[in-house]
Design a protein around this ligand. Structure first.
Ligand SMILES: Cc1cc2nc3c(=O)[nH]c(=O)nc-3n(C[C@H](O)[C@H](O)[C@H](O)COP(=O)(O)OP(=O)(O)OC[C@H]3O[C@@H](n4cnc5c(N)ncnc54)[C@H](O)[C@@H]3O)c2cc1C
Length: 504
C-alpha cells in the first residue's frame, strides 16, 4: 500500500455508497460528524431490489431529515391487502392504523430502491458534513493502532486516505469484510428468485397492494408500488437455466399467472440467489461492517435494506460519541457488534427464513390452509398490532448488549412513540437525541419528557425513569428512581460519553 497516506478531512470513511452507506453518512452528519463516502459506481443501482421502507426505518430517516424527500417520491400506504391472484379472495390484510398510538404516521412507504438511492445521494451531496466521491473503487485496507488506511483508485490514480474509523457498507461481495478475513456464514436456498418491474396496461384494485398465486408451488406474487407499476417476484427451481428464467416467454407466463389477461411492459428482470448468512463479527478494531456487507437474508418480508439502515442508526451515534471520547469508549462499538448480530440472527433471519420456507416449501394446499388460518387469527385489533409491529420491524429487542440493562422487559426495545399530554410525540420531543423519560410521578431535576400514565404493556412500576438512546432504544428502566440511580444508568448506557442533560 502507498506509504504516503493522506489524512481524510473526515474521521469516518464509508466504503460503499449504496442505501446503507449513504444513510450512515446522513446519520453521522446528524451527530455533527464528517464522513467521506467512497463509491465505485457513478450512477445509483438500476436493479431495484428493496421496494418498501418500513416504520422503524422511517423513524430513523425522519430523525436524519431524509424522510420527507423519500415520502414525496413514493407511495405511502396506511393499509395493505394481499389477495389470491387466482380468485381475487382476500388472503390477508393489515391496517397500520392499529399502531397509531405508537407511531406518528403509521404506514409503509413503497419506493423502489433505485429511487431511494437516488434521493439519498442527492441529500448526501447537499450535506456539508458529507463528501461523496463517485468512481472511487477501494482496493485495500490497512489497520493500525490509531488509524486505518484505505487504498482506492479514482480517475486512474491510486490514492490512500487515512481516518480513525472505517465502515464497510460495500455489499455482499465487499472488499472490507474480505480484508478483515471474515466471510458470510450460513446457507443459500436452493431456489433462486427472479425479480422484475412491470407496467401494466390497466390498473387493478388499488386497495390490493399484493397479489399472490397461492394455488401453485413456489412463489409467484406482485407488489404494486405505483399506479399500474408492479414488482413481480417469482421463485425459480435450481434445475432451470438462467437464460430460460430470464426469457420473455417466462416473464409473460409470470405476468399471466399474477394478472390473467393483461398486456405489460417489463422495465427490467434479474435473477438472484437468496441467502441466510451473516459475518461472525460486525466490528474488528477500528473497522465496522453494516448492511449486506455484514448480513444477507431472504427478501421475504422486505427487510434487508431496512435492516442495513437500522445498522446505520445503531452505529452513527456510537461512532460520534466514541470519537468525542477520544477513543476511550470502546464498549460503545463493541455494543454495535453484539446488538446488531443479535437482531440479525434472533429476529430478522428467523422471521424471513420462516416466511421463505413456507412460500417455497409448502404445497398449495398447505399454503391455502395456512393463509385461511392466519387470516382468521389476525383480524382482531390485537393481532393486527402484533403483525404490524413485526412487519414494521418495531418488535426486535437487544438483550445481550453490554450497555443495555436487560433486566427489565422494556429495555433493549424501541420506545413507543406515544403522544404526550401537551401535544407532541416522544420522538418529536427528543429529536434524535438521548433523553430521560419520566413515567409517573417523580420530581426529576434533570430535563426530561414526562409520560404521566404509561401503557400497561411497558410493565413499569411507577414511578420509573427510562433512559432513551439517540436511536430510540430504551437502554434501561430505573424503578424507585433517585437522582443517583438515574445518573448511574445514564453513564452506563453511554459509557460516560454523553453528558447528562442540564437546564440552560
Ligand atoms: C432479490 C432481492 C430482493 C430484495 N428485496 C428487498 C426488499 O424488498 N426490502 C429490503 O429491505 N431489502 C431487499 N433486498 C435487500 C437489499 O437490496 C439490500 O439489503 C441492500 O441493497 C443493501 O444495501 P447496502 O448499501 O448494504 O449494499 P449495496 O446495495 O450492495 O451497496 C453497496 C455499494 O458499495 C459499492 N461498492 C462495492 N464495492 C466497492 C468498492 N470496492 N469500492 C467502492 N464502492 C464499492 C457498490 O457499488 C454499491 O453501491 C433485496 C435483495 C435482493 C437480492
Amino acid at each position: 500500500m502507498d506509504e504516503a497516506a493522506f489524512r481524510a478531512d473526515a474521521p469516518v470513511i464509508i466504503v460503499g455508497g449504496g442505501p446503507v452507506g449513504l444513510s450512515l453518512a446522513l446519520g453521522l452528519a446528524r451527530y455533527g460528524v464528517r464522513s467521506t463516502v467512497l463509491e465505485r459506481a457513478f450512477e445509483p443501482a438500476r436493479e431495484s431490489r428493496a421496494a418498501v421502507i418500513w416504520p422503524r426505518t422511517q423513524d430513523i430517516l425522519r430523525d436524519w431529515n431524509a424522510f420527507d424527500a423519500l415520502r414525496a417520491a413514493g407511495s405511502f400506504v396506511t393499509a395493505f391487502r394481499a389477495l389470491n391472484a387466482c380468485n381475487e379472495a382476500t388472503l390477508l390484510s393489515i391496517d397500520f392504523a392499529a399502531l397509531d398510538d405508537v407511531l406518528d404516521d403509521p404506514g409503509a412507504l413503497l419506493l423502489p430502491q433505485s429511487d431511494t438511492e437516488r434521493i439519498l445521494r442527492a441529500l448526501v451531496t447537499e450535506q456539508p458534513l458529507c463528501e461523496l466521491r463517485l468512481g472511487a473503487e477501494v482496493t485495500g485496507l490497512r489497520q493500525e493502532a490509531r488509524f486505518v488506511d484505505v487504498a482506492f483508485t479514482q480517475d486512474g490514480r491510486d490514492m490512500t486516505l487515512r481516518a480513525p474509523y472505517v465502515v464497510g457498507c460495500d455489499g455482499a461481495h465487499g472488499i472490507v469484510r474480505n480484508t478483515l478475513g471474515l466471510s458470510l456464514e450460513g446457507m443459500t436456498y436452493k431456489s433462486r428468485i427472479v425479480l422484475s418491474d412491470a407496467v401494466l396496461d390497466r390498473d387493478f384494485d388499488e386497495d390490493a397492494r399484493v397479489r399472490v398465486c397461492i394455488d401453485q408451488p413456489g412463489v409467484c406474487a406482485a407488489i404494486r408500488f405505483a399506479p399500474r407499476t408492479w414488482r413481480v417476484i417469482a421463485s425459480v427451481d435450481e434445475t432451470v437455466d438462467a437464460d430460460i428464467a430470464l426469457s420473455e416467454e417466462a416473464q409473460n407466463a409470470r405476468i399471466h399467472r399474477v394478472f390473467g389477461e393483461a398486456s405489460s411492459q417489463t422495465l427490467w428482470t434479474s435473477l438472484f440467489k437468496i441467502h441466510r448468512r451473516h459475518a461472525q463479527r460486525f466490528v474488528v478494531g477500528r473497522v465496522a461492517l453494516a448492511g449486506d456487507a455484514a448480513h444477507l437474508n431472504s427478501p421475504a418480508g422486505g427487510q434487508g435494506m431496512n435492516a442495513g439502515i437500522q445498522d446505520a442508526a445503531n452505529l452513527a451515534w456510537k461512532l460520534a460519541w466514541t470519537l468525542r471520547s477520544g477513543d476511550r469508549a470502546t464498549t460503545l462499538l463493541e455494543s454495535y457488534d453484539v446488538e446488531r448480530r443479535e437482531m440479525v440472527t434472533d429476529t430478522i433471519e428467523r422471521a424471513t427464513d420462516r416466511l421463505t420456507r413456507i412460500a417455497l416449501g409448502f404445497s398449495p394446499r398447505t399454503k391455502r390452509f395456512a393463509a385461511r388460518t392466519m387470516w382468521r387469527a389476525v383480524r382482531g385489533r390485537g393481532m393486527q398490532r402484533k403483525l404490524g409491529r413485526a412487519l414494521g420491524m418495531l418488535s426486535g429487542r437487544y438483550t445481550r448488549s453490554p450497555i443495555v440493562d436487560s433486566r427489565h422487559p422494556l429495555a433493549g426495545r424501541r420506545i413507543d412513540d406515544l403522544r404526550l399530554p401537551d401535544g407532541p410525540r416522544i420522538h418529536q420531543q427528543r429529536d434524535g437525541e438521548a433523553a430521560i423519560v419520566v413515567a409517573g410521578d417523580f420530581a426529576c431535576s434533570l430535563p426530561h419528557i414526562r409520560v404521566p400514565s404509561p401503557p400497561k404493556r411497558w410493565h413499569v412500576k411507577l414511578p420509573a425513569v427510562l433512559i432513551v438512546r439517540p436511536d430510540g432504544c430504551v437502554a434501561s428502566v430505573v424503578e424507585k428512581p433517585t437522582l443517583a440511580k438515574v445518573e448511574a444508568a445514564w453513564a452506563h448506557a453511554f459509557c460516560g460519553t454523553i453528558p447528562l442533560p442540564v437546564y440552560c
